[in-house]
Design a protein around this ligand. Structure first.
Ligand SMILES: Nc1ncnc2c1ncn2[C@@H]1O[C@H](COP(=O)(O)OP(=O)(O)OP(=O)(O)O)[C@@H](O)[C@H]1O
Ligand SMILES: [Mg+2]
Length: 246
């Protein structure tokens, strides 16, 4: 049975979409069957980070409402095990039927090894869309103490929802920040009980690859962020992979 990961953050622009695409492509590279679902209704952009062309778009609503089947989800042009459902553009998130969405994802668990839900920023309807069916959670945060504490607040919300297996990814870390970041992370791990699952370096290739509509792991396969996503993909599968920062 596959597992459903929700990629969340309270704050906007922390790198959820980039991290989601990076981990999903790293797992697909290893031959695992992956479904990515963009939950950012009205503001979708996971297609760009994954390197899917707009013409191949099928929205999760098309499947939830029964117009298409999960088997119709477009396949990635370079990763034959990676499939994608985009977010609808012309609907309000509040109007999406959460039970139908959850039931579609339950079916997907029988077809894929991992399902990734890329959530929008904030803690309202879009957050609930991804958090409710989610089984494992990656909170993507920036390196500053305020951003990390914001993620800890999201972890509190998840705890109220009865969710477990919540982990932190600190994104866009620069080498010169590392000492401070380590202290802050230690603090958060102690106070919020939020384990760290990866540190992703600041890497211009992340933005460059997206602007060329290519997945980072293909466009700059040995770049620092690409290497970090591969290590996180190993940890996600339970393999021992020490947290290092180069
Ligand atoms: N590790 C990184 N190094 C450099 N740039 C990055 C990194 N991660 C993300 N970015 C850049 O930061 C910007 C925001 O990233 P992204 O869209 O992934 O964030 P998001 O959390 O999904 O945003 P939103 O909350 O709007 O959905 C993008 O321009 C992206 O290219
Ligand atoms: Mg995003």
């Amino acid at each position: 049975m596959g597992e459903i990961f929700a990629i969340l953050s309270g704050k906007g622009g922390t790198g959820k979409t980039s991290v989601c695409a990076g981990i999903a492509t790293a797992l697909a590279e290893q031959g695992l069957r992956i479904l990515c679902v963009d939950c950012d209704v009205g503001l979708r952009n996971l297609d760009i980070s994954l390197g899917f062309s707009d013409s191949s778009a099928l929205s999760f609503l098309d499947v939830c409402e029964g117009d298409y089947r999960l088997e119709d989800a477009p396949r990635h042009p370079a990763y034959p095990n990676l499939f994608f459902l985009t977010a609808p553009m012309n609907r309000a998130t509040e109007s999406i039927d959460l039970p139908s969405f959850s039931s579609m994802l339950r079916r997907a668990k029988g077809m894929f090894d991992f399902i990734f839900l890329d959530a929008p920023a904030g803690v309202d309807a879009g957050f609930r869309l991804a958090a409710t069916p989610g089984e494992r959670f990656l909170l993507v945060t920036g390196a500053g103490p305020a951003a990390i504490r914001d993620a800890a607040r999201v972890a509190d919300l998840l705890e109220l929802m009865g969710k477990q297996d919540v982990r932190l990814i600190v994104n866009r870390v620069r080498k010169d920040m590392l000492k401070t970041v380590r202290l802050t992370i230690d603090d958060v791990m102690d106070t919020a009980g939020l384990p760290l699952t990866g540190i992703v370096p600041e890497d211009p290739q992340v933005t460059l690859s997206a602007s060329f509509g290519r997945p980072l792991l293909q466009y700059a396969q040995s770049s620092p962020a690409a290497k970090s996503f591969r290590r996180i993909a190993n940890r996600v599968q339970g393999f021992h992979e020490p947290i290092i920062f180069r």
